[in-house]
Design a protein around this ligand. Structure first.
Ligand SMILES: Cc1cc2nc3c(=O)[nH]c(=O)nc-3n(C[C@H](O)[C@H](O)[C@H](O)COP(=O)(O)OP(=O)(O)OC[C@H]3O[C@@H](n4cnc5c(N)ncnc54)[C@H](O)[C@@H]3O)c2cc1C
Length: 377
């Protein structure tokens, strides 16, 4: 019997696996794909997410962005600049392969599972039945299970059917280019969708994409191709991929028990810009720590996890309300945001890796007081 089985080898799953292996637990990660695998994700790592990796990932960074261009409704732009990086550009496929390798270097086991058939919570353990890479049925037991299998989570469907999340779609593509660094990182809110288009410069290509909180309407390859032609005179897009982002976890408290949901599976991505890697890492690590704590104290892991993700849920709720305001009144919101007086407290905190909740309540006061937490001194 394994101590913990984790379903999903994305950031939430491997972050949880690494913490558990460091504590000496036997851990098996199952994923439906062999790695490396392509994953729809722009690979933008914010400073607060970067700070959560327990090992160095700097060699995976294509580009460090100190400025972001914001395009407002009507087409006017403004630039947000910070001395500290605002975002690190990586390729998700490489990042996930590396984090999985780090987990396995710690002694963790990885296996491909084509299909999860059943998950049953029994007193003291979990029975899991799945189809392996040869399409043969396998049954395993573990003391705990972490569902880190993304927005369409099968673990959530089989075990937490009342746990409701929202799915916001995003679609992306790469445009190969010799000098992608000529373009700054950009969020374009001028296209009249309840969301934005993004342009993320990488080493040898631009990653462009669309994100919307209003469902799939308008999120098509055609729309992305039209945008690529309009902005860069190009239509030769590669690696076109779409996937939903799991949001809404702020309104659901994790259930007690031995099966914990983390990352997008638990709706723990934020709805404002669709950032999910930070929340996946944070919730994956919290789930692992809750299990370690439960094994030592005999307490309920689900309860401990519920308590430890309260901060994440507050953070997600703030982003949710921010998204409601921004996408309802984008022109007004961004007209205000263009003034440094309005965006500096947020961008400075953002670049220092400070979560929004701390920005929201403390940042103005901290800047006024020249507080070291904000200045990162
Ligand atoms: C187009 C797009 C762009 C994005 N850009 C960014 C960005 O720049 N920055 C950012 O922070 N966030 C971004 N996000 C959000 C981010 O990708 C997710 O929030 C994040 O990947 C969630 O991590 P996770 O570990 O919870 O789930 P995932 O990364 O989705 O990983 C889930 C894993 O589970 C596996 N799996 C799924 N189903 C099963 C199953 N039945 N059995 C076994 N394994 C299974 C999958 O193969 C996958 O490996 C983007 C999302 C999209 C769609």
């Amino acid at each position: 019997m394994h101590d913990v089985t984790i379903i999903g080898a994305g950031p939430a799953g491997t972050a949880a696996g690494y913490v558990l292996r460091e504590a000496g637990f036997s851990v098996l990660i199952l994923d439906k794909y062999k790695f490396p695998r392509k994953k729809a994700c722009a690979g933008g790592i914010t400073p607060k997410a970067m700070a959560l990796f327990p090992y160095d990932i700097s060699f995976l960074i294509h580009r460090t962005c100190h400025r972001v261009r914001i395009r407002r409704p009507g087409g006017k732009t403004f630039i947000i600049r910070e001395k500290k990086p605002l975002c690190y550009m990586t390729r998700r496929q490489d990042l996930d392969q590396f984090t999985l390798n780090m987990f396995m270097k710690k002694g963790g086991r990885f296996q491909v599972s084509r299909k999860i058939i059943s998950i049953l919570e029994k007193p003291g353990h979990i029975d899991l039945c799945f189809m392996d890479h040869k399409h043969e049925k396998q049954s395993i037991q573990s003391r705990y299970l972490i569902g880190a299998d993304g927005a369409n989570s099968i673990v959530r469907q089989l075990t937490h059917s009342a746990f409701g999340i929202m799915k916001y779609p995003a679609l992306e593509a790469d445009i190969p280019m010799d000098q992608p660094w000529k373009y700054p990182m950009e969020f374009d809110f001028s296209m009249g969708i309840k969301g934005y288009y993004w342009i993320f410069p990488k080493k040898n290509h631009l990653n462009i994409g669309i994100y919307s909180i209003a469902g799939h309407r308008g999120l098509t390859r055609k729309a992305l191709a039209r945008y690529a032609r309009m902005r860069f005179g190009r239509t030769d897009m590669e690696n076109i991929k779409g996937y939903p982002i799991g949001v809404g976890g702020f309104s659901e408290s994790p259930a007690p028990g031995r099966i914990l949901l983390a990352g997008d599976a638990a709706g723990m991505a934020e709805g404002l810009l669709g950032e999910g890697i930070y929340f996946a890492l944070k919730s994956g690590q919290s789930a692992a720590k809750a299990i370690i704590n439960a094994m030592a104290s005999g307490k309920d892991a689900g309860d401990l996890y519920g308590r430890s993700v309260r901060f994440i849920r507050l953070e997600l709720a703030l982003h949710h309300h921010g998204a409601k305001g921004l996408y309802r009144f984008p022109a007004l919101f961004l007209a205000l945001a263009r003034h440094p007086f309005c965006h500096k407290p947020f961008s400075r905190g953002y670049a220092s890796g400070i979560p929004l909740s701390q920005n929201f309540f403390l940042n103005r006061w901290c800047i006024w007081k020249n507080c070291p937490r904000v200045n990162g001194a």
